[in-house]
Structure formats: structure tokens, C-alpha cells
Design a protein around this ligand. Structure first.
Ligand code: NAD
Length: 340
């Protein structure tokens, strides 16, 4: 790690103080420093686009937090700015590269549940204001339960079942008034600019149907995170916001849920693996899995789902993407060699 930048200079200095050898820079300096190869864009969603374009204009590879940007137009501009300069775009989430989602994918790919025909994906939460000290951005354009948490679930569904062809959905905003729950702003009220309960059906190119609920309105729930159902069995998939977790399979023969041993994914993975894999991919010239094409498709699914909810009808996706290659059960070789 070479340097930190933030529009609030003190925050960059605090971060730099905690990492030996790192320094604090202004964002414009970071984007042009000769010793910076990759800019990791951890800003709030509304700032992703501006910071990303600045980094790309400075000749830096980009690894972005999710969602890729607030809109499809911004995302397309980021991807074409990178392509025109021969730079790479990476994007969160990288959790899906861990043993949890990758093992589930291996079971599906090996026919362990027959033909996968459907999935359910549920994200149930009362809202991030319960724990985040500056939660307003989660309720602005580029936020909400779908744009904030959807990338984990949708990226996992694309790894498991492939790209999405068309979507339909409905959404609502039962509690538009929200209250900051902790920190210096505790007790401050604000209004959500986006819908806080989103439901949808996704038809994948394979024909599989995924049913989705992403909500900042649920106080408690017994819902699974993700299940995938096939002609010869069912699969319980762990939390896509985590790297690990137990996969369970239900087969008609055993008639019970049985644990599946880890057979794929980066062992012991944690935050930063997506950037680390991007570094390794740059060094070896291979593709990186947490890539801009996939992140754009996920953003397109979310934007199209909200359009479909507004219009009350099925809508076709504009984009598609390659399903990234499965991660063999392995350690990430270059993870110790951090990006400069
Ligand atoms: N908080 C989490 O647990 C978490 C987990 C996973 C992903 N994320 C993602 O990380 C991103 C940031 O979330 P957060 O919770 O860390 O937010 P945050 O508000 O705590 O931090 C964002 C930082 O970005 C800085 N910033 C904003 N606009 C900027 C700009 N134009 N130029 C430079 N700096 C700018 C802010 O000053 C702040 O320090 C979001 O995309 C979010 O989805 C957050």
C-alpha cells in the first residue's frame, strides 16, 4: 500500500498513520503519482464515477467498491475510459471468490443437483442506519437495499447460474423517514430517496428463474440467504457477503440436508482478495474475475429491475457477461505481494 487519499484530508492522514510506509495525498495527487499502479475506490457510490474517471485519466488501473457506479451511463463511460487506455477495471464484491460460493458453483457445474432451474435470494435487514455512523448515502441514488446489498447476491447468482436475460419486479418505501442510530449524528432524521423494499424475478439466459427480496424493512426473518434448486436436488448456499460458510445439499436419495466439503474457492480469503487477484492477473496477463464487465451486468440487472418495477412489466437486459472461471480450491499465490 503506497498512499491514501480522501476529500477529508484528516481521514487520509489517519489511515496513512496506521500503515507503515504509506503517505496521505490529495485525491488528484494519488491519481497521478508515478508509484501508484492501482487506485482502490472506496468512496460512497455517488462519488465512484468521478474518482474512477480521475484515476483512469491518470493512467491507473481501477478497483472499485460496489456498485460500479450509480447509473449505467456512468459505468459505461468508466469501462470505455479504461479500455481506451489499456487499463483494467475491477469491482467488488470479491466475497464470491471464497470457498462458500465457489463450492456451491462446483456442485452445480458437476451436475450435483441435476439441472439448476431456480434460485431464491433474500437479504433481510432493518437498514444500515442501525450501525453506520453516516448512513445517509445508503438511502440516496446508488443506494437502497438493491444497489447496496444486491451486488453480493446478484454476483453470486451470476457465478452460480450465469447471466440474466430479463427481469420483472416491484418495490416500496414503507418507512421513508430514517433515524441515524449511532455516532455523533445519532438521532438525526433523514428521508430515503430510494425504495427500501425490492422484490424481483430474474430469468437467466439458461432459463433458470431466480426470486429476489432485498429489504431495509425487515426487523427479523427466518429466510435463507440463497438456495438453488435443481431437477435432482437442492443446494443451500452460504451468505454471499462472506467468503466462507457451509454449503449443504439435499438429494432425493438421502432425503436430508448434508454438508458439502469445500471443493473450490480461495482458501482463507478475506477483504482485499479481489484487488490481490487483479494484481496477480496483471502480473501474469490473465483475466481477473471481479471484473468490470461482470459488475456492469450486475448494475444493469439492478437498474433494469427498478425500471421494470416502475413500469410494471418484464424488461430485457441490455448487457450480458461471461461467467468468470471457477476458482480452483487454492491459496491466492500473490496475495502476500500487495499492490504498490
Ligand atoms: N461500510 C461497510 O461496511 C462497507 C462494506 C462493504 C462495502 N462498502 C462500500 O464502500 C463504499 C464506502 O462505504 P463506507 O461505509 O466506507 O462509507 P464512508 O462514508 O464511511 O467512507 C467513504 C469515504 O469516502 C470519502 N469520499 C467521499 N467522496 C469522495 C470524493 N469525491 N473524493 C475523495 N474521497 C471521498 C469520504 O470522505 C469518506 O471518508 C460504498 O461503496 C459501500 O457500498 C462499505
Amino acid at each position: 500500500m503506497t498512499a491514501f487519499a480522501d476529500m477529508e484530508t484528516g481521514r487520509a492522514m489517519d489511515a496513512a498513520d496506521r500503515v507503515p510506509g504509506a503517505r496521505a495525498l490529495a485525491p488528484e495527487e494519488l491519481a497521478t503519482s508515478p508509484d501508484v499502479d492501482i487506485v482502490v475506490n472506496l468512496t460512497v457510490p455517488a462519488a465512484h464515477y468521478g474518482v474512477a474517471l480521475m484515476a483512469l485519466a491518470g493512467g491507473k488501473h481501477l478497483y472499485n467498491e460496489k456498485p460500479l457506479a450509480s447509473t449505467r451511463a456512468e459505468s459505461r463511460e468508466m469501462i470505455s475510459a479504461a479500455a481506451s487506455r489499456g487499463l483494467r477495471v475491477g469491482c467488488a464484491p470479491d466475497t464470491v471468490l471464497g470457498t462458500g460460493i465457489q463450492t456451491a458453483r462446483a456442485v452445480i457445474d458437476q451436475g450435483g443437483i441435476g439441472t439448476a432451474h431456480s434460485a431464491v435470494a433474500f437479504m433481510a435487514s432493518p437498514g444500515h442506519e442501525a450501525w453506520h455512523q453516516r448512513p445517509q448515502f445508503y438511502y440516496q441514488q446508488g443506494g437502497g437495499p438493491l444497489y447496496d446489498m444486491g451486488p453480493y447476491y446478484l454476483t453470486a447468482l451470476v457465478h452460480l447460474l450465469g447471466p440474466v436475460k430479463r427481469v420483472v419486479g416491484a418495490s416500496s418505501r414503507p418507512r421513508p423517514r430514517r433515524v441515524v442510530g449511532s455516532g455523533p449524528l445519532a438521532g438525526t432524521t433523514f428521508h430515503s430517496e430510494v425504495d427500501t423494499h425490492v422484490t424481483g424475478i430474474l430469468e437467466h439466459a439458461s432459463g433458470a428463474l431466480s426470486t429476489l427480496v432485498m429489504s431495509f424493512e425487515l426487523w427479523g426473518a427466518h429466510l435463507p440467504k440463497i438456495e438453488v434448486h435443481g431437477t435432482e436436488g437442492s443446494l443451500s448456499v452460504p451468505d454471499p457477503n462472506r467468503f466462507d460458510g457451509e454449503v449443504e445439499r439435499f438429494s432425493p436419495g438421502s432425503k436430508q440436508w448434508e454438508p458439502v466439503a469445500d471443493v473450490a474457492g480461495y482458501i482463507g480469503a478475506s477483504r482485499g482478495y479481489g484487488v490481490a487477484e487483479l494484481c496477480e492477473a496483471l502480473a501474469t496477463g490473465r483475466p481477473h474475475r471481479a471484473n468490470g464487465e461482470l459488475a456492469y451486468h450486475v448494475l444493469d440487472v439492478m437498474a433494469t429491475l427498478m425500471d421494470a418495477a416502475d413500469q410494471g412489466r418484464w424488461l430485457e437486459l441490455e448487457s450480458s457477461c461471461e461467467r468468470p472461471a471457477i476458482v480452483p480450491l487454492s491459496a491466492l499465490a500473490q496475495v502476500a505481494g500487495e499492490p504498490s
